[in-house]
Design a protein around this ligand. Structure first.
Ligand code: 3SL
Length: 247
């Protein structure tokens, strides 16, 4: 069992005010695909990821760094941005391409959610790929915890809420933790009903349909995998790097 103060789920990056995250531990979730890409890039040796809110911020940073060591990555509405080195496909974030590089990362919802959370005390990034590692981090917290789902342009994204629900199930060893607020109860119930076959239900989501029409199913299949790594991405001073276990 856990020893949190409170546990809540915010269903979209537009569903809260920055102030609500102060002094809290926040886990950013954007299963399709930003958080899966971040986990994959770090697993494959990227040095760091700089999340940005928009193209202007991305190009400002890109203009002032040595292009040999940096990659400009991201998408708008699912499509790779013209002139960028990479889009937001986790399967493209291979060791050969991202190893040793710092990624400037700009996505439609995921990196905006991260930027909006910067006032929180601790900020981690979760995907199905690293769910158990994230649960271990949360088990050690005696804090208010928010699972912040990026969603899609203000709407709920089923796959993000499903992962939030899985985190809650694992935290409570199958039971709803006493500390759960309304958002956590909804996500818990969603995973209870749909968590038995994660790939099938994710393939039926709105965002999966959008992606299938644009790029096929490889990224969706990839993002549905559970616990392929134990890495813990953490945002500190504007950069996401591997957590070294110290606060
Ligand atoms: O919204 C985001 O941040 C992206 O992950 C969306 S997409 O999967 O690249 O379309």
């Amino acid at each position: 069992m856990v020893d949190l103060k409170t546990l809540d789920v915010f269903y979209s990056l537009h569903s809260f005010q920055e102030d609500e995250l102060r002094n809290k531990t926040v886990v950013i979730i954007d299963v399709l695909r930003a958080s899966s890409s971040i986990v994959t890039a770090l697993k494959n040796g990227a040095k760091a990821i700089i999340p940005v809110a928009d193209m202007g911020e991305a190009s400002k940073i890109a203009q002032n760094v040595d292009s040999e060591n940096y990659l400009l990555c991201g998408e708008k509405d699912g499509i790779k941005i013209e002139g960028y080195d990479l889009g937001n496909s986790p399967v493209e974030f291979s060791k050969e391409i991202v190893g040793g590089k710092t990624l400037i990362f700009n996505t439609t919802n995921g990196t905006k959610a991260i930027k909006k959370a910067v006032g929180a005390q601790n900020i981690y990034v979760a995907a199905f790929l690293n769910v158990s590692a994230i649960v271990k981090v949360l088990q050690a917290q005696k804090k208010d915890v928010v699972l912040l789902c990026a969603g899609w342009k203000g709407r709920l994204a089923f796959e993000d809420m499903l992962l939030a629900g899985q985190i809650i199930h694992l935290l409570g060893s199958g039971e709803l933790p006493d500390e759960s607020r309304d958002g956590a109860k909804v996500a818990y119930g969603l995973f209870d009903k749909y968590g038995d076959d994660i790939p099938t239900v994710i393939h039926q989501t709105n965002h999966a349909s959008r992606l299938k029409a644009l790029i096929g199913t490889d990224d969706i299949d990839y993002c549905c995998q559970v616990d392929t790594t134990d890495i813990i991405p953490r945002l500190k001073e504007g950069m996401i790097t591997l957590d070294n276990g110290k606060t």
